[in-house]
Design a protein around this ligand. Structure first.
Ligand code: NDP
Length: 285
């Protein structure tokens, strides 16, 4: 494929942490190559102090869009022109999309999770227990609520953060959300349909870490999802499999948020398989 870096309308990228911490570059570029899309995805290290200038630069150069990682996901909102529905409810943007001369903020983290979940179970009418109340939990909580989950229990170590997410879900969606403080081994009630780890427990290099969860309370009719992409086979995933649960790893979420972003930017629905393969190579999965 010829070098198309001089083809400015086809630039995408991320305003993020250093490249070594950003497997998204490899994943997105693998999809561009596979589909012979003459696009580029460039990782740039941009902190809050330069975010406004970076967005102005992307605008000036006609970038089709870009991802934002922490700590830019909230700050970027003041530099763009509008928000999609779930990004507006979540209050955070991880994917910016050029529409005409406007930059619109979307949140594809929750959408990526939903795509993965929908392959196994429709969350409509379901009871969900989610561990965590940070950015990933907010994005997932809002999407599963907008998709019709009826009851969401937020289990979190910090009460203040957990209550804030519960208030958001109760105020802005039709789901009923409750908070449970996480101290000691949490036991799941019978009747829970979907269990989600949206904490950073188990992320490389702390791969031996385990959720404080009573494994015996997992039953074979539950779906267990983990947001951790590296390594994809976390202790939670392994434990859930031994209990006969259907499982979803964090690679699916990462791949699906990538597919959604590329769809926004290029209009092309890319093959998730090549993206997953590239991530598995990187993570040694
Ligand atoms: P945040 O820092 O916003 O939130 C972290 C959450 O984890 C908080 O709820 C925090 O609890 C909880 N937590 C962390 N350590 C512990 C612990 N030892 N015991 C109990 N709770 C703990 O992070 P994000 O929400 O942005 O990210 C969370 C994870 O999601 C990351 O590992 C990230 O890699 C992953 N992620 C995966 C994506 C994917 O596509 N697969 C996309 C986005 C994120 P407290 O509030 O008490 O501090």
């Amino acid at each position: 494929m010829p070098d198309q870096l001089n083809f400015l309308p086809n630039l995408t990228g991320s305003f993020a942490k250093p490249a070594a911490e950003n497997p998204t570059v490899e994943m997105v570029e693998a999809a561009y190559r596979h589909h012979d899309l003459h696009w580029r995805y460039i990782n740039t290290e941009v902190g809050p102090e330069n975010l406004g200038a970076a967005v102005a630069g992307a605008r000036a150069m006609n970038w089709a869009g870009f991802n934002c990682s922490l700590p830019n996901k909230v700050e970027v909102i003041q530099h763009i022109d509008g928000l999609g529905e779930s990004a507006s409810v979540i209050g955070a943007v991880n994917c910016v999309v050029r529409q005409g001369d406007q930059l619109i903020g979307e949140n594809t983290d929750g959408k990526g999770f939903m795509k993965s979940l929908a392959e196994i179970v429709d969350p409509s009418g379901k009871r969900i227990v989610m561990f965590g109340a940070g950015g990933a939990a907010r994005a997932i909580g809002v999407e599963v609520a907008l998709a019709g989950a009826t009851h969401i229990t937020i289990v979190n170590r910090s009460e203040e953060r957990g209550q804030r997410l519960v208030a958001l879900l109760n105020d802005q969606t039709s789901a009923e959300a409750v908070f449970e403080k996480w101290d000691g081994n949490y036991a799941l009630d019978e009747g829970v349909d979907v269990v989600i780890n949206a904490t950073s427990i188990g992320l490389y290099p702390d791969i031996d870490a385990r959720l404080a969860l009573n494994i015996d309370s997992l039953t074979a009719d539950m779906v267990v999802a983990d947001v951790i992409p590296n390594p994809p086979r976390t202790n939670l995933i392994k434990d859930a499999e031994t209990r006969g649960c259907r499982v979803l790893d964090g690679l699916g979420m990462l791949v699906n948020q990538g597919i959604t972003g590329i769809e926004y930017w290029t209009g092309v629905t890319v093959d998730g398989g090549v993206m997953r393969t590239r991530l598995e190579e990187l993570f040694g999965a």
